[in-house]
Ligand binder design. Structure first.
Ligand SMILES: C[S@@+](CC[C@H](N)C(=O)[O-])C[C@H]1O[C@@H](n2cnc3c(N)ncnc32)[C@H](O)[C@@H]1O
Length: 258
């Protein structure tokens, strides 16, 4: 039984502390990642105290690339500088291939450089595209991942529908995203950290305090984990589940195209 999905705003979205038309959100998101692309990986480590590495390891465990030589194709959407792709290729066998999709050419440029430095050129491809309209055939991938990306996409339902379309029957959708901290005391500390430490880090390291204020606000605006699970199920995915990690700082959602 698919739970009804609560209506979400389709005309306006919140950007930083401004309401902006939904149609303008993508341009503003693109500006954020264009400005931080070169410092993005350093910021990830500083912002999460390295925790993003453990969260991403859990995502790759869920992707579960085969260790043998059988073909396995992952589509990593909003893949940015390639972290999930590299981890998946390094965990998988000789048949593992990853296509990284991102809307931002600056993030992809950093990803291509990192891929060449790691000698992953044969296994990882980079494609500039919008998650809402993917340039791939129906039923062409074994798995679809999106890490810290879906909350940046203006039309989440469109991205989910595209994920479903490009997955083969039997394919898995996995999503890692910031979530809701629901542990007493930790929630207050997280709030203080989010609104004070993060923008300060953004200012010092990436010269982009607004960008990191946007990050915090976009996390607060993202649907709560059960509602997001309902949205995934409403797309047609089955056996939808989610698992909060690190006290709810992030959640790992999963669903299957059956
Ligand atoms: C926070 S980064 C995540 C990068 C990477 N997945 C990681 O975990 O390190 C978010 C990425 O989403 C991308 N993005 C934003 N809107 C997008 C869209 N509509 N389609 C595809 N990518 C998008 C941004 O360009 C950015 O690279």
């Amino acid at each position: 039984m698919v739970a009804p999905v609560k209506a979400r705003p389709t005309t306006d979205t919140h950007f930083g502390f401004r309401e902006v038309p939904l149609a303008d959100k993508q341009a503003l998101v693109d500006d954020v990642f264009q400005r931080v692309a070169r410092r993005y990986d350093l910021m990830n480590d500083l912002m999460t105290g390295g925790l993003h590495r453990a969260w991403k390891d859990d995502l790759v465990t869920a992707i579960n690339p085969p260790r043998g030589a059988q073909p396995f194709r992952l589509l990593d959407v909003a893949g940015g500088t390639g972290d999930i792709a590299f981890r998946t290729v390094e965990a998988g066998g000789a048949g593992t291939r990853v296509t990284v999709v991102d809307i931002n050419p600056d993030m992809l440029a950093v990803g291509r450089e990192r891929s060449a430095a790691r000698h992953h050129d044969d296994a990882v491809a980079f494609v500039e595209s919008n998650a809402e309209a993917l340039p791939f055939a129906d039923r062409s991938y074994d798995a679809y991942s999106i890490a810290f990306g879906i909350r940046n996409v203006p039309r989440i339902e469109a991205a989910l529908a595209e994920a479903y379309r490009v997955l083969k029957p039997g394919g898995r959708f996995v999503c890692l995203e910031f979530s809701v901290v629901d542990v007493p005391v930790l929630d207050r500390l997280y709030e203080l950290y989010s609104f004070n430490v993060l923008p300060a880090l953004g200012r010092v390291v990436a010269d982009a305090p607004d960008a990191y204020r946007y990050l915090v606000e976009s996390i607060r605006r993202f649907p709560r984990p059960q509602l997001f699970a309902d949205m995934i199920a409403a797309t047609g995915f089955r056996r939808v589940s989610f698992r909060p990690m690190s006290g709810g700082i992030v959640a790992l959602h999963s669903g299957w195209r059956l």
